[in-house]
Design a protein around this ligand. Sequence first.
Ligand code: SF4
Ligand code: SF4
Length: 701
Amino acid sequence: MPTRQIEWNVHTIGQIAVYALLIIPVGFLVYGLARRVRMWRIGQPEDRFNAWGTRLRGAITQSILHGRIVRRRNRYGGLMHLFIFVGFVTLLIGTFIVMVEDDITVPIFHYSFYRGNFYLGYKLAMNLAGILLIAGVLMAFYRRLVVRPKQLQTSADDLVILAFLAVLTVQGYALGALRLGVQHDPWAKWSFVSYALAIPLRGLSDGWLMALHQVNWFSHFLTTFAFLAYFAYSKMIHPFTSLANVFFRRLRPMGELTPIENLEEAESFGIAKLEDFSWAQLMNLDACMHCGRCLEYCPTFNTDKPLRPRDLILEIGGYMADSGGIFSGELGEGENSARFRWGEGPERELIGGVVSTEELWDCTTCGACMEQCPVFIEHVPLIVGMRRNLVLEQSEFPDELTNVFNNLERLSSPYQFPPSQRDAWTKKMAQPVRIMGEAAAAEEEVEVLFFVGCLGSFDSRNQRTTMALARILQAAGINFAILGKEETCTGDPARRIGNEYLAQMMAQQTVETLNQYSFKKIVTACPHCFNAIKNEYPQIGGNYEVVHHSELISQLIAEKRITLDPASDVASGKVTYHDPCYLGRYNKVYDDPRSVVSALPGAELTEMGRNRNHSFCCGGGGGRLFMEETRGSRINQARVTEALETGATTLAASCPFCMTMFEDGINGVGANETLQVRDIAELVAAAMVTATANETETETD
Ligand code: SF4
Ligand code: SF4
């Protein structure tokens, strides 16, 4: 019956020695893991011990089955990782199967399962797994040493790990080949790789083959032990840490930032030292596998700014390892390398010493890093946490923000306009727009509350979008009203900038106003207002149905409640649509704005290379709209250039922040004659059959 003698050609003393020695690398492994867990435990409490089923499903589908790792745009890297993972895990399971047969079932139960068809299938599976592993390792070497993509940093650690995997696999095949050279099993072809390798060995005597087998057997175990000892002190720890990280991932909406609880009583604010992170955030730092995917769509990395989300994680992770006395290895050489080196010392300050303030202020909070990260690392909450400390504790922030904070505090908007001017745009409308307070006083019902937002209220360019949306609502016969002078900033920019005090004040004020009135749903043209109302207001008792104007307009067109003039040439030709980060990535609204653009008469929707969840930020989120862009090249110009490359003459926007950034970007690249940026509401309003009747004096501003 097909089988083989386990530990063939190895003396019992050798076998005992190997088992005795095993305690050393296992000790290293356990110690390394324990040190890391100890470091996570210095973090703040955070409840991630819920929804076990969801967590388990995510860990299996996203991590073990590689759901987030093998992606359409990362097929090479994803498959490479999948090959290595499947090969490695299968061989590991194979090793355990042999141990169970040799150490448990045979000696204790006198039962052998390692024979017959099981044995043949096992041999076939192990040989295939080895091929997968070698293929993955060769792909990785090729990518790291030949292709060298910009976002990939290669350190000695990466090469050592790959070398370990390759050597271990070759040693495994060689063991089989040397044994087959002596034993000539009739079923040898099931071990097809070892069988092929045994052919050139046929000239060697059995004595030589057995001697070589013994040398290879011991060196295979020594290599395994060295790898095991190295495991917890290198990137190879990531199978444990990333699986744990995916399991304990944050299950709240991506667009929701956690508030500082009991702000008034808090003694310190935000994150200034390792102990200020939550335990889950500290675990994030150890889960990074250095893949660089977070860099691919990061606007700061792609415009040569100091912030690189991968390096931010590695720098703080290295600092944590240093503080915990864990050797973390160096993180690469050359221009594209993380700046932290082991041994720089744990006594540095986190902000300013490990992470620069420039890195923290450059982030647009676009979420591209988090969306891309295969192991669910959350960069934005870490960055905002450190910004909170800078703003609230150290009063250190870019000068431009002083006015923004003052305006928010005094005027409830980032701009220096009095609240009385919030509804000034309604005076330019052909039909009156109702004010919520007046409608309530007159006991009139209001179905839809149009939340205009600060940019839509005060900024003259964005007022055109506001008026266009109001005209659409009027044309569709929707019973709506605005808050007018009572409207306040939602708190989104303040929260992302790190001024949690102002953010909570604004949010509280807005919720109190909204809760005074009765309406069915809120519509807004601003994805930042949309995200705050939808995802953050439930934290403070504000529970509303809120839709973005792209969703409502798409529905109105589909229901034929508004009609577009087939002769309209408002968007004839190529139109490219830009996904705002807070609408697309954060809230997964991708199709509605596209269906609106596609419905425009004569419009040919053409996509930019980076679109939908791979969209490239306009540069205005995270409070960046109010800050100077002094480092690297300009993000808005990079995106406008990408829009121009499509040959489109219209850049369709659906966010007032994007609108402002793109108007500036088009000017910056001198494309005023070739490209116009217009909100989808403007395009629809201009193409509506009723547009002429509702024309306002500002439409042609
Ligand atoms: S949120 Fe955006 S800008 Fe900030 S680090 Fe991530 S990808 Fe870069
Ligand atoms: S943070 Fe995530 S995406 Fe970025 S390098 Fe680490 S594992 Fe890769």
